[in-house]
Design a protein. Structure first.
Length: 177
């Protein structure tokens, strides 16, 4: 019995649409405000923790501040991390968005650390809407998509409530096919 040779011809990728050419829907600008407020709170508490020993030395009138020289390193490192984090939040936010196509949904984020995730509708097991207390106050929702195997789960954060409900309805309709 002759077994036919397996065929695996190469694909012509010139006809495949590029993700860069897709129009992405942005997330709410309120989400940017929420993320920047969180950045500010973290920076405030980190700086306060680092500067507390210096303040204690100044208040108590200690003459030996030689030990304080070591505190400049953590403060400098914290400022560097804060700057990179701020740049990622500020410059990366305009790139944050999602696109719904006929067969899949794509979400992208980041400026320095870029992520683009595409999940086919056929892999989505279920979806969920979630809100934390701050998100609820701002009228924001997060759409979570859970995939078969769990390796391709996707979370689209910072959507207005109505937009999140509409997106979830579209996803549910597409996954029932």
């Amino acid at each position: 019995m002759d077994i036919p040779a397996a065929s695996n011809p190469p694909l012509d990728l010139s006809g495949v649409p590029r993700l860069e050419d897709i129009a992405f829907h942005p997330v709410s600008d309120k989400y940017r405000q929420m993320r920047l407020a969180m950045w500010g709170a973290v920076q405030f508490f980190a700086a306060a923790a680092i500067l507390t020993p210096f303040i204690i030395f100044k208040v108590t009138g200690e003459e030996e501040l030689g030990a304080f020289a070591a505190w400049w390193w953590p403060l400098g490192i914290q400022c560097l991390i804060a700057g990179v984090w701020f740049a990622e939040e500020w410059l990366g936010f305009p790139r944050r968005g999602y696109a719904v196509r006929e067969r899949d949904i794509t979400y992208r984020t980041g400026w320095m650390f870029r992520t683009t995730t595409t999940v086919p509708f056929g892999m989505i097991q279920h979806s969920e809407l979630s809100q934390g207390p701050v998100s609820r106050m701002l009228g924001l929702n997060h759409v979570k998509l859970f995939t078969a195997g769990g390796s391709g789960n996707l979370r689209i954060a910072g959507l207005a409530e109505e937009e999140a409900q509409t997106l979830r309805a579209v996803i549910e309709a597409r996954t029932r096919r």
